[in-house]
Design a protein around this ligand. Structure first.
Ligand code: NAD
Length: 401
């Protein structure tokens, strides 16, 4: 099948490479010319286990190509995936600028029937908006080319994205069309072999499904962090308070830590909260989940201050773990950034290590005197006082040297 992916980031690249691997002809489009040039040479701009091999195989077999030419992309695919970013706007709403720009481009260039599939995480009603934008562009052109818009939210996890795409636990398709259902079933057949993972529903329900999953996981994290904070006041050990054995609760996402981050949970919780506000529906839980998380990101800094004082001038802090989670170099909304920036405001020095996110950290912060990125996770930089240690994200303060 001929497939076009528009937006070749984490989601788009994984989707394109995996769909190419099962024999489709996939053209990945991106506005970032540098990224496209690198991908054409088989250079993967992100750290994602297993992705490099799948991309190179796709390129070598002629099943996977890259371009910045959106017109060629729209012409190529009978399936047009939208996988561009939906960053948060200042008010918390999802910024749909990129999604709607793609919809306009599809409307301007579409020349034969196609299914437009939205993989980006978008508020309820976006499939409808995308349909309207494409229809408006077609009207302007005086053309009447049939097209469909389906919602197909993505549930892959960074760090295990290829595995998740190849063996999904569910594939959600939001459509009202029987024809689209059958074509999507055929498209996903290679990933849907030993039991049926396809779940069909109407587009608004599909769009909400993604937010519902993320807010549920974020809620579990915030609840555990809230319990951990309380446990400290009660002289209880949260590490011993393990509630996962109860099958109604489960073992996933019940570990307290430094707060959730990354490209999805923070923005998606805020977008859902915004959406509730827009519809005059009181949803205090969403704001509470976010509030607890924001407080949690400050906890390590507050513990350091409690141990070492407000002014950390000349204090050297070791920090292990920079990306928002293991096995990725994604630093978007990473709790480490809140911690480092807080420490720098207190004039501390940070000596940091991450197995894969060092280049990304350097790209974000550049060279600065109060950040040393260490190639060895355990080596203390010569001539530096080591006053506090953060093991992973657990702090073990030591006396000032
Ligand atoms: P990303 O920022 O890594 O990639 C988006 C890409 O789209 C970028 O390469 C950008 O250059 C490109 N782009 C922007 N406008 C474009 C346009 N008009 N035409 C072509 N390309 C354009 O984002 P991502 O992490 O892949 O996320 C994409 C969407 O998927 C978001 O809505 C996100 O919430 C959702 N999502 C992300 C994950 C994840 O773990 N990263 C998981 C599930 C869903």
């Amino acid at each position: 099948m001929k497939i076009t992916i528009i937006g070749t980031g984490y989601v788009g690249l994984v989707t394109g490479a995996c769909l190419a691997q099962v024999g489709n002809h996939v053209l990945c489009i991106d506005v970032d010319a540098d990224k496209v040039a690198k991908l054409r040479r088989g250079i993967i701009p992100i750290h994602e286990p297993g992705l490099s091999a799948v991309v190179r195989e796709g390129i070598a077999g002629g099943h996977l190509t890259f371009s910045t030419d959106i017109a060629a992309g729209v012409e190529h695919g009978a399936f047009l995936f939208i996988a561009v970013g939906t960053p948060p706007d200042e008010d918390g709403s999802a910024d749909l600028r990129h999604v709607l720009a793609v919809a306009d481009a599809v409307g301007h260039h579409i020349c034969r029937p196609a299914i437009v599939i939205n993989k980006s995480t978008v508020p309820v009603g976006t499939a409808h908006k995308v349909r309207e934008r494409i229809a408006a562009a077609l009207r302007e052109r005086g053309e009447n080319i049939p097209f469909d818009v389906a919602s197909n939210p993505e549930f892959l996890k960074e760090g295990a994205a290829v595995e998740d795409f190849m063996k999904p636990d569910r594939i959600i398709i939001g459509t009202d069309s029987e024809v689209v259902r059958e074509r999507m079933r055929a498209l996903y057949a290679p990933f849907n072999r030993n039991h049926d993972r396809l779940i069909f529903m109407d587009p608004p329900s599909a769009e909400l499904s993604k937010y519902a999953a993320n807010v549920m996981l974020a809620t579990k994290i915030s609840l555990m962090n809230e319990l951990a904070g309380l446990a400290e006041h009660l002289s209880a050990d949260i590490e011993q308070v393990r509630i996962g054995a109860d099958p109604r609760i489960g073992y996933a996402f019940i570990y307290p830590g430094c707060g959730y981050g990354g490209p999805c949970f923070p923005k998606d919780v805020r977008a859902l909260e915004y959406s509730a506000r827009q519809h005059h529906y009181e949803a205090p839980l969403f704001a509470a989940v976010e509030g607890v998380n924001n407080r949690q990101k400050q906890v390590l800094e507050h513990k350091l201050v409690a141990a070492l004082g407000e002014d950390l001038t000349g204090v050297n802090i070791a920090l292990w773990g920079l990306a928002f989670k293991p096995n990725t170099d994604d630093m978007r909304d990473a709790p480490s950034r809140v911690l480092m920036e807080g420490l720098w405001c207190r004039c501390a020095q940070v000596q940091a290590y991450d197995p894969v996110a060092m280049d990304e950290t350097r790209r974000i912060y550049g060279e600065r005197a109060d950040l040393q990125l260490c190639t060895d996770p355990l080596r203390r930089l010569p001539g530096r006082r080591s006053t506090g240690h953060l093991y992973g994200m657990a702090i073990v303060p030591q006396p000032r040297l």
